[in-house]
Design a protein around this ligand. Sequence first.
Ligand SMILES: [Zn+2]
Ligand SMILES: [Zn+2]
Length: 348
Amino acid sequence: MTTPAPSKRGLSRRTLMTGAGTAALGVLGGVTGARAFGAAPRTGAAGSGTPGAATPAGTSPAPTGFASFAWLGTSGWRVRTPTTTVLVDPYVTRFDTGLAAGAFTPTTRLRVDTAALDDALGAPRSADGVVDAILVTHTHWDHFADVPHLARTRGATVFSTLTGYHLALAMGVPQKQLAVVRGGEEMHLGDLVLRVVPSLHSRTATGALLFPGVRTQVPARPRTVADLPEGDTLSFLLRSPQGRSVLLLGGSDYDDQALRGLRVDTVALPVPSTEVTADYAGRLLTALDDPAQVVLVHWDDFESPLTNPPRADDATRARVTALTEQIERLSPRTRVVVPEYGTPLDLL
Ligand SMILES: [Zn+2]
Ligand SMILES: [Zn+2]
């Protein structure tokens, strides 16, 4: 294990290599935990640099308050505007695959915790539980496993790759609720504008991709985590009527050429668990012309319940701190936020 060394933009940057199972899979594991996931807004729980730290006074860019973003763990979000509720990669069930123990089991059965979903997202047919759209960055289980159930019970439209389309059909989502996108689309989504941006998925320490593959026709109903391939990766830009914008990344990588020229105020950035991706922070900041705010996501142990404070092991917390320091060094104007679960963030 190494500690990231300070570096200047253009030089190679290092993030921590973790040992054994979780790093080899390119995903994260962890420890600690306590408070219940709160549906009620709690302010001041987002922090700069340290997971769960208090927000420094006066450092927040002036939000318009048009939309509230609540982090659902991993790369998941609930975005609520005056008229529209959008979920991004909602994964609340968070079942155990052995990841945190370094004993990942690809044959782990998929399951859905309906009580946890209702608790975090509101019950179906309740005022709190309305969902208009679900955006899926890619179809690994920690992004997609809850999506078919949510779509079926909430009636939401699912925006995903062609692979997501076929998997969702295999998992019982009506075809009329499925919208295939590939990147480049710009469309109205209630009172938001959604732009789909082509993206990439992180690599393991050897450069391999976890569960690669696409589905070009409806497969047998997926039963295990290995039955949900990556299926190509997308990212999503949400824009408010006032012109503010948030880019939501899900796969711990990006195509910086696809990001050039996008005007982005805030980017939700997954924390990678290997250093395979070259210049992860620097190329992103350059492509987006130093956004005002970066929110770090997908660093929490997503196999423990969705309760604050989010769990993460020491190595993962060190990676969060190192990435925060890199971003702040490379782009002093950029504020780095490390959220807690459910905390409403005014990002649009
Ligand atoms: Zn993934
Ligand atoms: Zn993931």
